[in-house]
Design a binder for this molecule. Structure first.
Ligand SMILES: *Cc1c(COP(=O)(O)O)cnc(C)c1O
Length: 375
């Protein structure tokens, strides 16, 4: 059996190696490492794929969130509502910009931000909502979009984990995750669904003015060279990464298919175990399975992780400590017990290997081992 990995980037690379190697070599020979033609072409490819007017590539997903908030002129004291059950980057940039993160709980079935809790958290200082499409499935956006309209709030989607997923509106209309808010943000970190071979990220918007502003911000606040009209950052996607992403983007739908196939295998194997809750498929989103995350009753996560490890199976806990219980984000407004769903999830979730290259032999070993542990 091939070694089981949480994300098997090597096997994936081997299948597209000729194309990748040739493209990377082309960039090297062109010596257009920064802002080369590959970056422009990737931007256009991604705009077409997502059906969005503007894609602005940047250095990574964390920067994407930061430049989005900078472009919206959010100011210290402004409150930004987001979820406590997320990767730290979401909350980090809010804090870095001197904005106030207002954390809320998630729904127990999708692990995504609870629109009712968002509603209750809105104050006159609220300026934006940052829904995180966690683990590959969209947040229920329509209630958030209504709240945003009613209270004049921006929606910035953290789409680092759900690129390629479709949001399904109540009327059946579909739209790509990350293109519903005023700005969508994504990451091309290697283990993400559309991962490059280093760091990378992008923001998306349908707003022409904002797109212009975002392009200036990621380039030192500079529209005309050496004239700086606003404070910006240096956040670029390099040409080598863009060339790799152009190739991988062509496979993104197939990759989502492979992830779904592995997910169905897991679902079936765990269906009859009363302690295991398999991932829910919400009716307003397709699932691209960035992670396959189980909730297991009465679980000692670390003991299970060790047991699986001894069988050669990596398993991860995303995320063991909610944001409101992190040392760096302590806030007198929050204490343990405030977000019961998030807190319970953080103690009972376990994510299994999920990537595009899992074969049946590996899946069988993983599911047999987990069921053996629970016996
Ligand atoms: C990965 C991730 C980010 C940050 O992306 P980087 O490219 O690593 O900076 C932000 N938000 C979420 C939810 C993520 O999973």
């Amino acid at each position: 059996m091939r070694q089981i990995q949480m994300v098997d980037l090597k096997s994936q690379y081997e299948k597209i190696q000729n194309e990748i190697d040739a493209s990377v070599l082309d960039v090297i020979r062109s010596t257009q490492f920064i802002n080369g033609s590959e970056v422009k072409k990737f931007q256009e490819d991604l705009e077409n794929y997502l059906g969005v007017k503007h894609v602005i590539p940047c250095g990574n997903g964390t920067d994407a969130l930061q430049v989005a908030m900078m472009a919206l002129d959010l100011k210290p004291g402004d409150e930004i509502i987001t979820t406590s059950f997320t990767f730290v980057a979401t909350v980090e940039v809010i804090a870095l910009l001197g904005l106030t993160p207002v954390l809320v709980d998630v729904l127990p079935d999708t692990f995504n931000i609870d629109p009712e809790s968002v509603k209750k958290a809105i104050t006159p200082k609220t300026k934006a909502i940052v829904p995180v499409h966690l683990f590959g499935q969209c947040v229920h956006m329509e209630p958030l979009m209504e709240l945003a309209k009613e209270h004049n709030l921006h929606i910035i989607e953290d789409n680092a984990q759900a690129i390629g997923a479709d949001y399904i509106f109540e009327d059946g209309r579909r739209q790509k995750a990350g293109t519903l808010g005023i700005i969508g943000c994504t990451s091309f970190f290697p283990s993400k669904n559309l991962g490059c071979y280093g760091d990378g990220g992008a923001v998306f918007t349908n707003d022409d003015e904002l797109a212009k502003k975002l392009r200036v911000i990621v380039n030192h606040g500079m529209e005309v060279r050496y004239y700086h009209d606003s404070v910006g950052v240096n956040s670029r996607l390099d040409s080598v990464q863009a060339a790799i992403l152009r190739i991988k983007l062509k496979h993104l739908n197939c990759y989502a298919g492979a992830r779904n196939k592995a997910a169905r295998y897991y679902d079936k194997a765990f269906a009859n175990n009363p302690r295991i809750t398999t991932p829910v498929r919400s009716k307003f989103s397709t699932h691209v399975f960035h992670q396959y995350t189980l909730v297991i009753d009465n679980l000692d996560q670390f003991a299970l992780q060790n047991f699986m490890g001894e069988k050669g199976i990596p398993a991860m806990i995303y995320y063991p400590v909610p944001m409101h219980m992190q040392k760096a984000y302590q806030d007198p407004r929050y204490k343990e017990g405030d977000f019961p769903v998030t807190e319970k999830l953080s103690k009972t979730v376990i994510s299994l290997p999920m990537h595009t290259e899992l074969d049946e032999e590996q899946l069988k070993h993983i599911t047999d081992s987990l069921l053996e542990y629970l016996k």
